[in-house]
Design a protein around this ligand. Structure first.
Ligand code: UD1
Length: 417
């Protein structure tokens, strides 16, 4: 299994381009199941999760063709097997995103229940309830969701909590339904908007994406389209934190400050100078950051996917900060690894009190999930001496060519096989 070896202490400087957003690309690849004509996507990141999704829809009968460095052409006219087997779903929870499109296009779907994961139980009851409200017959048998509907019917759906993939699944199911569907308490994440824009380009009639009430008028069929995946706001935030904690000065291109208000505000509060350009962000860090408290919540509030990275920067900042996680019940696993590097962190239920120390010491640590891994990279970049991060397959799920991008910014990082 690959490991990442980091020699800490070098301020990040220079310029690097950000990739397309994993969390936008995954639902958008599933949207290809809705039309029998080719879809051409660009700015698709090369990540393990994207390969898994390509394999998953490939075994359903979708033809996948690579086009240049970051392009994919998906043709699902031959879709014949509306099944997502356990072996694939267990490696990537986002596989549940095929449920809505398969049901809408094929009238049936057999999708393995994802089960829990390291950061929490993460049930999919809201996906199921929403589809049932649209007239689907759903049974759970032997660990599989078995869904049927001759044609889904428009419905008014109020989700119990804000769910990103839940909103995306229901929106994709509704585009081919008979009549109007309104999703209330919808997720407002930019990735939901990117998916809606792609569906609209395919002929869907959607209004309200980006608000908490999305209205979809079902159409008979969708057609082929071209769509460029939005930039990855979490990758961008992660590199900004890495530059901030090392006292660096960087410019990130192919990205946008528009989706990062809450994160940029906290980086400014920590003492960084942040400049937004039309498709780039510049950050200049002070010699030492000030600790900043955060509370995660659905967009546009502070993203849970940036919580671990901010815990890492607070570990060496001046003062104390409280980190409150409100989305997932078990998302502090990086704290124990950061403590192994010398951090002062006290956990009380979903609150972490982090008191900055003068320096962290390199050590061997273990990545436990995607964003936890990112926090360990950030800590390793500022720690004294060498940090060896084990199980970096988590990182490869969500950060494209991470060691190459960090090296371009002057970091001393090596992948060890
Ligand atoms: C998505 C993102 C993930 C991010 C998360 C929260 C993708 C592929 N993943 O995950 O990176 O961390 O949003 O911003 O886009 N819940 C239920 N029942 C449901 C659905 C959700 O109880 O049917 C709960 C979850 O357990 C969690 C909360 O709702 O506590 C929010 O989860 P949700 O927004 O659905 O997360 P994902 O869409 O899985």
């Amino acid at each position: 299994m690959d490991k990442l070896l980091i020699q800490g202490g070098t301020p990040l400087t220079g310029e690097v381009a950000m990739s397309g957003a994993k969390n936008a690309a995954l639902p958008i690849l599933c949207a290809s199941l809705l039309a029998a004509e080719p879809l051409h996507f660009t700015n698709v990141p090369e990540l393990n999760d994207i390969s898994t999704m390509r394999r998953l829809i490939g075994q359903m009968g979708v033809e996948v063709t690579l086009d240049g460095d970051d392009g994919l052409i998906l043709d699902s006219h031959g879709l014949h097997n509306p099944t997502a087997p356990y072996d694939m779903v267990k490696t990537m929870r986002a596989s549940i995103l095929v449920l809505g499109p398969l049901l809408a296009r094929c009238g049936e779907a057999k999708v393995s229940l994802p089960g829990g994961c390291a950061i929490g139980a993460r049930p999919v009851d809201q996906h199921i309830k929403g589809l049932q409200a649209m007239g689907a017959e759903i049974h759970v048998e032997h660990g599989y969701i078995l869904a049927r509907a001759s044609r889904l019917k428009g419905a008014r759906i109020v989700t119990d909590m804000v769910t990103v993939t839940g909103t995306e699944n229901l929106m994709m199911a509704a585009v081919l339904a008979d009549g109007e569907t309104v999703i209330e308490n919808a997720a407002r994440e930019p990735e939901v908007v990117d998916l809606a824009n792609c569906l609209i380009a395919m002929g869907a009639r959607i209004t309200g994406a980006g608000t908490d009430s999305i209205c979809v008028h079902g159409v008979e069929r969708l057609h082929g389209a071209r769509h460029a995946i939005m930039p990855d706001r979490i990758e961008t935030g992660t590199y900004l934190c890495a530059a901030a904690v090392t006292g660096g000065h960087i410019r990130l291109t192919n990205t946008s400050a528009a989706y990062l208000d809450s994160v940029l505000q906290k980086l400014r509060e920590a003492g960084c100078e942040v400049t937004a350009e039309s498709s780039a962000i510049k950050l200049k860090a002070p010699p030492r950051l000030k600790a900043v408290s955060i509370r995660t919540a659905p967009y546009p509030a502070f993203p849970t996917d940036m919580q671990a990275q901010f815990m890492a920067i607070n570990c060496v900042a001046e003062g104390s900060a409280v980190i409150r996680e409100t989305i997932f019940e078990n998302r502090f696993m990086h704290a124990v690894e950061l403590i192994r590097l010398g951090a002062d962190i006290r956990i009380d239920a979903n609150n972490a009190l982090v008191t900055g120390v003068a320096c962290l010491d390199g050590a061997t640590v273990m990545a436990t999930d995607l964003r936890a891994s990112a926090s360990l990279v950030i800590a390793g970049l500022v720690a004294q001496g060498e940090t060896l991060i084990e199980r970096i397959y988590h990182l490869d799920r969500g950060y494209e060519r991470i060691e190459e991008k960090l090296t371009r910014l002057g970091a001393k990082v090596k992948r060890v096989h």
